[in-house]
Design a protein around this ligand. Sequence first.
Ligand code: HSE
Length: 299
Amino acid sequence: MVRVKVPATTANLGSGFDCLGMALELHNTVEMSLAAGLSIDVQGEGEKDIARDERNVVYQAAVRLFRQAGLPVPGLKIRLVNQIPVARGLGSSAAAVVGGLMAANRLAGGAVQAREIMSIATAMEGHPDNVAPALLGGLVIAVPVDGEIKCIKLDLPPELRVVCAVPDFTLSTRLAREALPHEVNLSDAVYNLGRVALLVAGLMKGELELLNVAMEDRLHQPYRYSLVPGMKKVLAAARLAGARGTALSGAGPSLVALADRNCELIARVMRETFRQNGVAARSMVLPPCPVGAAVFESH
Ligand code: HSE
């Protein structure tokens, strides 16, 4: 049996649309072994909703891996123990893809290279900003180039925490992408370019006071306000309560605040402001996760 532990991720971080993501200390575990036929058991987040047949994303990723390795797809026994809320913008789908690929690759004797796993995972997800930090941990800048992913992993300041406010409704990435324009104007592109450069450099140098400006965005968040009731107000309230910077997490609907103080207060204020806007939400205060997906047991 192979066991793979994959971290949650928050993508974009405001200005880093589709190219920046951070791994979080919250994990899904995929256990996989060869069997006669397919059986899938799900515990924890999504246990009522996640498909237990061929439509299951972990299984689909495993199938992709065996095909890529040129092997017949075997019968599989899969057990999923999930901590990552499903379809909330915290990388549950990327974790399923990465977990399925890595577990199947171990069963396939490591036939597929890590670089290829990154490319397959990105192709399955459509963009690399969740799968890259799920695979590598830390803060990752990831850019697709001719079918390969060029990426750099960076370590984060130890005092940094990510306060997540997780609404009780789901939002599909497809829907959240349909809200975006096909073209943006040059001044909005320049607005984000400068900010994402500040964001990466500010995090590297521990200059957290830059985050407030550095996480601002004009490429995706303004178009998504209407999909998350109270979003602007929740983000503003978090900053007032002491957050260094705030953003929609990935394609939403979760919101994140980066902070090095007042984390419980920020979490409470975010939940309360969501509630005032008719949204029930739970919160989590998570450190960034320095390590990516790992096969940590196999016997
Ligand atoms: N960057 C994607 C988006 C989501 O904002 O639509 C995460 O992959």
